[in-house]
Design a protein around this ligand. Sequence first.
Ligand SMILES: Cc1cc2nc3c(=O)[nH]c(=O)nc-3n(C[C@H](O)[C@H](O)[C@H](O)COP(=O)(O)O)c2cc1C
Length: 175
Amino acid sequence: MISRGEERLAGILAAIAATRAGLPRQPPLLVKIAPDLAEEALGPLVETCVAQGVAGLIVSNTTIARPESLRSPHRAEAGGLSGMPLLERSTAVLRACFRLARGRLTLVGVGGVASGADALAKIRAGASLVQVYTGFAYAGPGLVPRLKAELAALLRREGFTGVADAVGTDAQGST
Ligand SMILES: Cc1cc2nc3c(=O)[nH]c(=O)nc-3n(C[C@H](O)[C@H](O)[C@H](O)COP(=O)(O)O)c2cc1C
C-alpha cells in the first residue's frame, strides 16, 4: 500500500526531477530524513527514493524527541535537538537504512559526531560519508584534523584498510 507520506515524497522528487531535467549539470540528489520516523516508514521511504533515482540519504536531521538523559532546564523547549543526545538514535536509523537500501543508496551519517569513534560508529552502521555540525560548532575547525587522526588510528587498530572497508560492518545487529 502507498501511504500519504510516500505519495508526497514521490511528488516532491518528481517535481525536482522535472526542474533538474533542463539543467546542464545534474549533481547527485540526496534526501535528508528525520530520526523520528517510525521504523515501518523507512522501507517504503527507501524504495520511493530508489525508484525516483535519488543518489543517497542523509541520516539524520535533528530530533523532536527529548531523551530521558537531558538535564538542561531548557530540555522541554520545542524545536530540533542536535548533538550528543542524537548520536544513538540517528545511528540506529542509519543502520536500518543501510540494511533496507542494500547498496542502492549512498548514506551520509550525521547526528552527534564529536570524535573519531563517533565517526567510525556511523561508518560501521553504513555511512560512506560523515557530517559534523554541532560538534564543529563546539570544538571549531580543529575538530576536523583531530577526528581524522582518531578515525585513521581506530581503522588501523581494528584491521580495516580504509573507510570503504568498514562501511556497514556493524549493520547486522538489532536497531
Ligand atoms: C542551528 C541548526 C541549524 C540547522 N540548519 C539546517 C539546514 O538548514 N539544513 C539542513 O539540512 N540541516 C540543518 N540542520 C541539521 C544539521 O545539519 C544536522 O543534520 C543535525 O544538527 C544533526 O547533526 P549534529 O548532531 O552534528 O548537529 C541544522 C541544525 C542546527 C542545530
